[in-house]
Design a binder for this molecule. Sequence first.
Ligand code: ZN
Length: 163
Amino acid sequence: MASKTKKASIIQKKYLKRKQSPKKKINDDPYARRCVTQRAPSADQTCPMRLCIFLTSENEWYLQTNSCLHHKYHPKLKEEAIALSQRDLSEQQQSLVNVLFGHQIPPTTISKVLSELNDDDKGTYLPKTLFNYNEKCRNLIDVANGILPTCSDAEKTIQKLEL
Ligand SMILES: [Zn+2]
């Protein structure tokens, strides 16, 4: 194990290294940001939207006048980046998804297939959305066959074997 003085010198070296490293230039490329960040690239580009609320003694919520309900400086979301829901699936897409799931195709692949077949490039089906859709379909088929969601997995398997 390193001695205390050695540890201290390592920490000192790291500190100096960090101090010497050039600072990140903020305004080089406004698009060179991770899309999941919640921070504005600079203070003057911070979204002014603020919700200030208060609760009265009568247990009623009020919106304070110094609130701001307008968003600003949010980067525009690309059309294909919008997540589609189960309701957006056309009948044709629904049957395609069911067939692909029936052939044990993973939801990530099904999502890619749907994107490939989509002509207008508007929105994407997340694999989780497709997985949930398939689960819903399977549950409906089970109910139609008299297998209730309250049954245990073992009971469901026995009933499926009896079909
Ligand atoms: Zn905002």
